[in-house]
Design a protein around this ligand. Structure first.
Ligand SMILES: Cc1ncc(COP(=O)(O)O)c(C=O)c1O
Length: 401
């Protein structure tokens, strides 16, 4: 370990609550899709800080806008108007088809808001439904509400009891969904592409069943697009690719490209049941966060980023398929746009340090899956270089019995 690493690790180990097991790397600078560590080593970033750095690192337009906003006004609270929140809400409405936004500071908070708004909807209707249906491999966050609809028992058990009346069903199991839903179901919540669960898109048949079940029972549908949204899959939101019509959509991560922001997008019929004071947060939708969100949406729509993701996403997929064909350790690849998972024949944990050694940042999720969420601005040449390094890492891991 270098002196810098010794110092950083030593201080953290004494003073930072030990909830994260970190890789032994200290990043100090970024430029586009590349990160640089304290020793000046370069890495291709195929993770974007878990799907956050949509515009890559140190993006000039984002840097300029955020600096200018800091020099002008960062925060005034939700007790007053400012010019940017309505603009961002309008842009999100155009992109999603859901007319209203509630702004918060993270994906978890966006999910939390969606769950509360679903409950509020039924309460206002004088039919206080409490039940939620969620998926077995889901991840929605770590607060009590969002954790209650997250199935992983390692996350849940130490904190139980959580919200009652949550039924978990197998992902993409149409029969299980139909059996679980009833006139008591307040909402079904699902990620259109499960992220932490191993990059698993919902099947068209399951999406159709969600629409059918919601139509029959009146249950609301909450799409958690925290990881899959804001262009990641080549669609503004993946629910559109599946033909879904959610009543509530949770957004986070890429929306601020590193500046913390979350949003619950709300249909008009749900919005009509929400009253002043029902929900709130001090920071939510402040000037700084909204300014960052506006830059991201500018790039995505006006700047042609969405079309770029469609194009380079195909290249990314082609390269991954070639790797999968030549590496027996890769069982399957799944994903869309620039959101991909490689299902391995074994635990994927060893690929992460092997990648770091070769100058590429990837992540393991759902034990056997290598998760790839590169910055949305990545080019074909950068994809070739980064996936070449990943291929070498897979080769090294695969060579060890
Ligand atoms: C689908 C999904 N929902 C919610 C969350 C929670 O978001 P955050 O960690 O920003 O609070 C995540 C985080 O990974 C996620 O992937």
């Amino acid at each position: 370990m270098t002196m810098v690493m010794d110092d950083v690790v030593g201080r953290e180990s004494r003073h930072v609550l030990q909830t994260y097991r970190r890789q032994p790397v200290t990043f100090v600078r970024g430029e586009g899709v590349r990160l640089f560590d304290a020793d000046g080593r370069e890495y291709y970033d195929l993770l974007s800080g878990i799907g956050v750095a949509a515009l890559g690192h140190a993006h000039p337009a984002l840097a300029r806008a955020v600096s200018e906003q800091v020099e002008t006004l960062i925060h005034t609270s939700n007790l007053f108007y400012h010019p940017l929140q309505g603009q961002l809400a309008e842009r999100l409405a155009n992109l999603s088809g859901l007319p209203r936004a509630f702004f918060c500071n993270s994906g978890t908070e966006a999910v939390e808001a969606c769950l509360k708004f679903a409950r509020r909807y039924w309460y206002t209707k004088g039919e206080p439904r409490q039940e939620f249906i969620a998926l077995d491999e889901s991840f929605h966050g770590r607060t009590f509400g969002s954790l209650s609809v997250t199935s992983d028992k390692h996350y849940r058990e130490p904190f139980e009891p959580l919200l009652p009346s949550v039924q978990f069903i197998r992902t993409n199991d149409v029969a299980a969904l139909k059996a679980a839903a009833s006139s008591k179901t307040a909402a079904i919540i699902a990620e259109p592409v499960l992220g932490e669960g191993g990059i698993r898109p919902l099947t068209p048949a399951f999406a159709a069943a969600i629409t059918e079940v919601c139509g029959k029972t009146g249950a609301l549908f909450i799409a958690d697009e925290v990881q899959s949204g804001v262009g990641r899959t080549g669609y503004p939101f993946y629910f559109k690719a599946l033909g879904l019509h959610p009543h509530l959509v949770a957004v986070g991560k890429a929306l601020g490209s590193g500046v913390p922001i979350g949003a619950a997008l709300v249909s008009q019929d749900v919005a009509d049941t929400i009253a002043f004071g029902d929900h709130g947060t001090t920071y939510g939708g402040n000037l700084l966060a909204c300014r960052a969100g506006l830059v991201v949406l500018d790039e995505l729509v006006g700047g042609g980023l969405l079309a770029h993701i469609g194009r380079v996403g195909k290249h990314f997929e082609g390269r991954l398929r070639a790797i999968a064909a030549s590496r027996p350790i890769v069982k399957e690849i799944r994903g869309a746009g620039l959101m991909w998972g490689l299902e391995l024949t074994r635990d994927a944990g060893a690929v992460v340090p092997a990648g770091l050694e070769r100058g590429v940042v990837v992540n393991r999720t759902a034990e056997t899956v290598v998760r790839l969420l590169p910055p949305l601005v990545i080019t074909e040449t950068e994809i070739d270089e980064a996936l070449g390094r990943l291929d070498a890492a897979l080769g090294a891991v695969g060579a060890v019995a």
